[in-house]
Structure formats: structure tokens, C-alpha cells
Ligand binder design. Structure first.
Ligand SMILES: [Zn+2]
Length: 270
């Protein structure tokens, strides 16, 4: 493993320094409880409310089903897929309107002769997510000449940085405009085999859609970060595009979307 890969990719400073502590993330799949079994354990009280677990009330069977889908079905492994979405009291993701218009510019002045390579890599990396989830990235080259953190004509900016502590870094959907940047280090244009710039951007774009590092789903990865995430499905994916290979991962080639990544992305952006 190449040394530079140890801290190669980051989602931003908010995730740094949180590698220790927090509850454990279990990799164990619990037995499946079907909707029928779950329903059989619920009852209607004198008020007509649906009751489960002794004292949890739901107004209707629809609400009961919602609770089952959100809290039981995914924990019990009735669906397959990977990925974990950033979660702080709710999913951190783009709205149904915004997800179809994720605009960005690519700084002409900061990349110079490398700009074409970045344009091509962004095209390929955005296409990978667009092909699997209902999201749409839009390259607004009109703003390339003034592609800064304060450019309000786009949702986010893509710029070069001389910071070599990472290959690139990105942001989550709840970031303010000034924090919504994909910064690509000059080191990402060197020899980063078996990765490519496109692969690195596939990972970074995953963060921009709200996806956390897959390795934070397991303390066994050695790279547990915190518990602010919600597993989109029950299957932990060591080969995920969002999993650092050096964190007990199994991806040995470029960073690509696995079939589990694809089903996880589809479940968040159907
Ligand atoms: Zn990352």
C-alpha cells in the first residue's frame, strides 16, 4: 500500500479527528422479520391506534408500515445494497428538485493546462452516478472564468489546491455555498495508480450526494469515524467506492461503483 493513500481522500475537515469513540457499528445481520410477522405483533388499542413494543402508538396502518420500512426492514436485511447516508436527525441529501440540477464550474485559472483532464474526469465520474441514481450533474462552463467559493451561479466549484495532505476533498449536501467545493490536489495529477483522477472523483462525488465513508459502518475497519449515518441497506460493502482500501477494504483496483453502491444510491435517489 502506498503511503500517500493513507489519508488520500477526505470529505472535509468536519470528519477529521473523529476516528475514535462512538457506538459500535455491527456487521451482523439480524434474522428477518417480515411485514406480516411485524403486523401480527401489533394491536389496536381502545383509541384505534396501532401499538407496538408495548407503548409505541401509530395513528394508522400506513404509519405503522412506515416505521417498519424505516426501522425494521433495513436492519433485518430484507433489502440488499450498500452505502450509508450522512444522517443528523434526518438524511442529509438533495431535495427532489435540486437533485436534478447539481450545477458546477471548473476553475480555468487554477487548473491551467490540466483543466481538460479535469473536465473529462468530471464528465466520466458524474456519469457513473447519473447512470445508477436519479441525480443529474450539470457542467456550467460559463462560470469557469470566475469559479470561486462565492460563485452563486453554480451549486459548487471545482478548483485546484496545492494542499497535498489529500488527493481531493469534497462536501456534503448541508454545506453552505462557501464550503461546497471539490478541491483537487496537485498530487492527484501525479502517479496514483491503481487509482485514476476519475476514480478519485467518483468517490468525492459520492460525498457530494450525501454518502459517508463505508468503512465507518464497521469498527473492524480500523477507520470508524462516528455514528452520524444511516445504513441504506444492511449489507456492509468492503469494496464500496466510499471505502478506503487501506481500511481493511477489498477494492484493489480503481475506485468504482460496486453493484451494492448502485442499489444503495438508487434507494436514496429513486
Ligand atoms: Zn472520502
Amino acid at each position: 500500500m502506498l503511503k500517500f493513500r493513507t489519508f488520500a481522500l477526505m470529505a472535509g475537515v468536519a470528519l477529521l479527528g473523529t476516528a475514535c469513540g462512538g457506538p459500535e457499528a455491527s456487521e451482523t445481520q439480524a434474522p428477518v422479520m417480515s411485514w406480516e410477522e411485524f403486523q401480527a405483533n401489533a394491536f389496536q388499542d381502545a383509541e384505534g391506534k396501532w401499538i407496538i413494543d408495548g407503548d409505541l402508538a401509530f395513528d394508522s396502518k400506513e404509519e405503522l408500515r412506515g416505521f417498519y420500512d424505516n426501522n425494521i426492514a433495513e436492519e433485518k436485511g430484507t433489502t440488499q445494497g450498500g452505502l450509508a447516508v450522512y444522517y443528523i436527525g434526518g438524511d442529509i441529501k438533495w431535495s427532489s428538485t435540486q437533485k436534478g440540477n447539481l450545477t458546477y464550474c471548473i476553475s480555468t485559472s487554477s487548473f491551467g493546462t490540466r483543466k481538460t483532464a479535469v473536465v473529462n474526469a468530471m464528465n466520466s465520474a458524474t456519469a457513473a452516478w447519473e447512470a445508477t441514481a436519479s441525480v443529474n450533474f450539470v457542467y456550467s462552463s460559463t462560470y469557469d472564468s470566475n469559479c470561486t467559493a462565492s460563485q452563486t451561479g453554480v451549486l459548487f466549484d471545482v478548483r485546484q489546491t496545492t494542499d497535498t495532505s489529500y488527493l481531493a476533498r469534497a462536501f456534503f449536501p448541508n454545506s453552505s455555498r462557501s464550503g461546497r467545493n471539490i478541491l483537487i490536489s496537485t498530487s492527484a495529477f501525479g502517479s496514483i495508480s491503481p487509482w485514476t483522477l476519475t476514480g478519485v472523483l467518483r468517490h468525492e462525488l459520492g460525498h457530494t450526494l450525501g454518502f459517508r465513508h463505508e468503512h465507518t459502518r464497521s469498527t473492524a475497519s480500523g477507520c470508524y469515524e462516528d455514528s452520524q449515518w444511516r445504513a441504506l441497506t444492511s449489507t456492509y460493502d468492503r469494496s464500496s467506492v466510499m471505502h478506503y482500501p487501506q481500511c481493511n477494504g477489498t477494492q484493489t483496483g480503481d475506485l468504482v461503483l460496486t453493484s451494492l453502491d448502485k442499489s444503495g444510491a438508487r434507494s436514496l435517489y429513486p
